[in-house]
Structures are given as C-alpha cells and as structure tokens.
Ligand binder design. Sequence first.
Ligand SMILES: Nc1nc2c(c(=O)[nH]1)N[C@H]1C(S)=C(S)[C@@H](COP(=O)(O)O)O[C@H]1N2
Ligand SMILES: [Mo]
Length: 351
Amino acid sequence: MTASERVRAARGALTMVQAEPFNAEAPPEALTTDITPTELHYVRSNFALPEHDGLLHVGGTVANPLTLTLDDLRALPAVTRAVTLECAGNGRLGQTPLPEGEPWGRYAVSTARWTGARLCEVLDRAGCSADGVDVRFQGADHGPYHQHEDLRFVRSLDLVHAADPSAEILIAYDMNGEPLDADHGAPFRLIVPHWYGVASVKWLERIDVITTDYAGEFQVGHYMYEWPDRPHEPVTAMRVRARITDPAPGAELPAGTCTIRGKAWSGTGPVTKVELSFTGAGDWHPARLDIRQEPYAWQDWSFEWTVSRPGRYSLRARATDAAGNVQSEVPPWNRLGYGNNAVEVQHVDIR
Ligand SMILES: Nc1nc2c(c(=O)[nH]1)N[C@H]1C(S)=C(S)[C@@H](COP(=O)(O)O)O[C@H]1N2
Ligand SMILES: [Mo]
C-alpha cells in the first residue's frame, strides 16, 4: 500500500464530518471498549496533512538547544498511558443557538494507548532558563484559517505544567502499539492527559521555551470559552461527562432486567459518582462505577435496571468528579460551542 492508500483505508470506519482537511467522529461502538482501535479513533485536523522532516527542535530560552530524531526519542525511557482525548467541540450540535465551527455530534472522543518519551525529561535535557514562562509547541501543519492567510498550528502550556513529571505529558510516537499514522500526528505528537485534545499538538516539529505568555490564534483567539455573561476563559481540562453506550438511543427492549452501561471521564479529577434517571426531573439512582484502572482514561459504569411496565422511558446519566464538578442539564453555551458536557437525554421503548 502507498502512504495515501494507507490513509484512505484507515479513514473508512469513521463517520466523516469534513472531507478536507479530514475530520471524523468515531462510530458509536468505539465507546464500548476500554481502548479505541486506531482505525476507530476520531480525527480532528485544522489543516491538510503536512510533510514532516522527522526532526524535533527544542530551543528558545534553554541552555542546550536540541535536535532530536525519532530514534533519539525512542532511546529515552518510554512511558505508555491510556489517555482519553475529547475534542473541545464535541457535542457542538447540541448547543442552541448553534455556534459556528465543525458540526460535531457526540463522538469526537476516544481512548488510545500512547507510548512516548516524557516531555519533562526532554525539557530537562535542554535545560530551561530561570526566566522561562511558557512552552510553545509547533506543529508542521499550516494553512488558511479565518482572517489568517497562512497560519501554523501552535499551542502552549505553562512551563510549570509542561515540566511537571506528575503531569505525565508525553511526546508520543506509538499509538496502540504501532507507530503513529498520518492522521494522528506522525512521526510524533504531544499527549497532554486530562486536557481537551487541542493541547495535544500533532506533527510536532518545534518546542520553544519562551519568556512571555504565548498569545497565538489557537491559544487566545480560538479555543476560548466566550461566555455571554462572564470573562472569557481558555479551554483547558476536559469537563466531567458520562455517556450511555448501551442500550442504543431509541432501542426497543422487552420488560424485565437490562444492564445499562456507559463510560464517564473528567479532566478535573477522577469520576466519583454516576447516577441514572428514568423520568424527567429528580429521582437519580447511583450506578456501579468500576474501579479506575488508568488515571487518564474513561471509566466504565453499569446499572441493573428492572422495568415491568411497557412504555417509553427517558434515560439520563450524570457524572460527578472528585473536584465536585457535576454535569448540568443545560449545555454551558459559549459563542464557539466548546465544552458541551450537558446531561444527555435518550429514550428506550419497553415492549
Ligand atoms: N498540529 C496539530 N495538532 C493538533 C490539531 C491540529 O489541527 N494540528 N488538532 C487538535 C485538536 S483540536 C484535537 S481534538 C486533537 C485530535 O487528535 P486526533 O486527531 O489524534 O484525534 O489534535 C489536536 N492537535
Ligand atoms: Mo479539538
């Protein structure tokens, strides 16, 4: 297979949202497994697939600027982590009035096993100067973007966060045990656990430690919550969210006992509670939350539901995390439609 045939084959199982640049949601069944197979992992790219020369330059205000190859990164101690990535625009179609931006449904979320070198280790080798404030991550991709004729994908993190070993930020080169493919950022990308996907810069080509807060388009223009009634805020950690994966929306089931299953995740602390409701307003019942195996991945939950009376039932699942964040019923509307973690409503018909 040629490289472009490989890319086409890898895209076939996804639900396309935009053909070029290619953007696609995972199919619903991708939420039923712990690890999303690579060919079912959603894809979100702002620009066409770039060429990458295979080098990672580390510079800015550092003592030892570095140029690293894939082999150099592979020679560093490797860390593997299952990480749930969700696009900040996931669920935009559920916002009213509909904001501008890609019309994502509910499946721009997936969990892969990422392997790479620790970002903190690379920064340590480069020797960050004391006046460093921010770390700027540049992707190889670029193109027209709103008012910009030719913009590059660049994001930043606070140096304190980037250099924190406990944040476990990776420069990943393997996804689910295979080298990264083109759509997911080959040859290497950032993986920032707990944050919305936008922080995880693909096709990484430059890392620069800088002495001011980075203020590029993807940092302070887009990927900002533009609240109607309070100050704007940057998109950072994933908001707490539970999803029902089984039964499917609108399913017809016989009366009796059925197991309702789903996933829940949050970037602001482990999910501590998932509750279910079968009526509008009120009456929340605790679901069984599985022991958390992986600190950065979604958790399974389930509920044994016994129902004897035929009819239509509304199902809602609501998650709470350790920081006390809980999903609301009404999507937190903002102009660009980010972070919709509202409680979803679906129905099942009992026959
Ligand atoms: N270089 C680059 N990195 C990027 C993007 C991009 O457009 N260019 N999109 C970001 C966004 S918005 C998301 S949600 C994730 C998606 O990662 P995936 O395509 O591997 O699912 O990549 C992020 N990293
Ligand atoms: Mo995203």
